[in-house]
Design a protein around this ligand. Structure first.
Ligand code: NAI
Length: 244
């Protein structure tokens, strides 16, 4: 039996840092998913393989139920000995703007990616994980999903729903030694935050800087480890002291 960890949106940013950290800290085979940028996914794969770990890349849009199910079914069919023990729901997008001017498409795109993405990937594996009687699920939420952020009603709603889903699912699966937790990062330096005015925003952060993707990945690695067996249904903030 080969044990796998799947990381959605593993091609860049926080997802890539998580792949590299898990390659460093664990013996899981990594299933690195990406939506469109194959070169970036191959780069992550290359970093992981350089650390001596087995990994593969898989392309699908997490918001598309049919496509996700099809690609994961084909993968499972050709990897019958594979057990997915770890799911990191990291794929997410933002599309910011005031709610009064928010077109329906920008509302639903953001919710479909974060919330339906969580459903599409997690639901596919959950029965097998329950039969396996062990697992770790980590959902990458956001400070916006905990406190709500003006200009991000869609993103806050999606991440807030992910937090609630984390708490509900954790109670359903706890007896089978499966933990489900959410991480709520504040400002982390990635493509997603590259257009923000960092100089102004750091004034709001007690620690006085943006966080690094590797710092989020360290927390993921801990939650995935055996040491975190008694932590479940939690939302862990990693935000340099911006309390909600
Ligand atoms: P990013 O934009 O660099 O990476 C997002 C990843 O998700 C990319 O690999 C992208 O291809 C993937 N993705 C997006 N839509 C997808 C879809 N439909 N199907 C499959 N993959 C898809 O952003 P970053 O910062 O690395 O974000 C990672 C996660 O962390 C996201 O869920 C984001 O909401 C969350 N987050 C980020 C914060 C930040 O300050 N950077 C703060 C709080 C949360």
């Amino acid at each position: 039996m080969r044990k796998f960890a799947i990381i959605t949106g593993g091609s860049r940013g926080i997802g890539r840092a998580i792949c590299e950290k898990l390659a460093h800290d664990t013996d899981y085979h990594l299933l690195i998913t990406y939506q469109s940028n194959k070169d970036a996914a191959l780069e992550t794969l290359n970093h992981v393989q350089k650390l001596g770990k087995a990994a593969e890349i898989l392309q699908f849009d997490v918001s598309d139920h049919e496509q996700t199910t099809k690609v994961l079914s084909q993968w499972q069919e050709s990897n019958k000995d594979a057990v997915v023990e770890v799911i990191i729901n990291n794929a997410g997008i933002n599309s910011d703007g005031l709610f009064m001017w928010m077109p329906y498409n920008e509302w639903s795109r953001v919710i479909d990616t974060t919330l339906n993405g969580f459903y599409n990937v997690t639901n596919f594996f959950i029965q097998k994980m329950l039969r396996h009687r062990y697992g770790r699920i980590v959902n990458i939420a956001s400070v916006s999903g905990v406190k709500g952020t003006a200009g991000q009603t869609n993103y806050s709603a999606a991440k807030g729903a992910l937090v609630a889903a984390t708490k509900a699912l954790s109670q359903e699966v706890a007896k089978r030694h499966i933990t489900v937790n959410a991480i709520a990062p504040g400002f982390i330096r990635t493509d997603m935050t590259s257009s923000l005015n960092e100089e102004d925003l750091v004034k709001l952060i007690p620690v006085g800087r943006f966080g690094e993707a590797e710092e989020v990945a360290d927390l993921v690695s801990f939650l995935v480890s055996k040491k975190a067996a008694y932590i479940t249904g939690e939302v862990i903030n990693i935000n340099g002291g911006i309390y909600s």
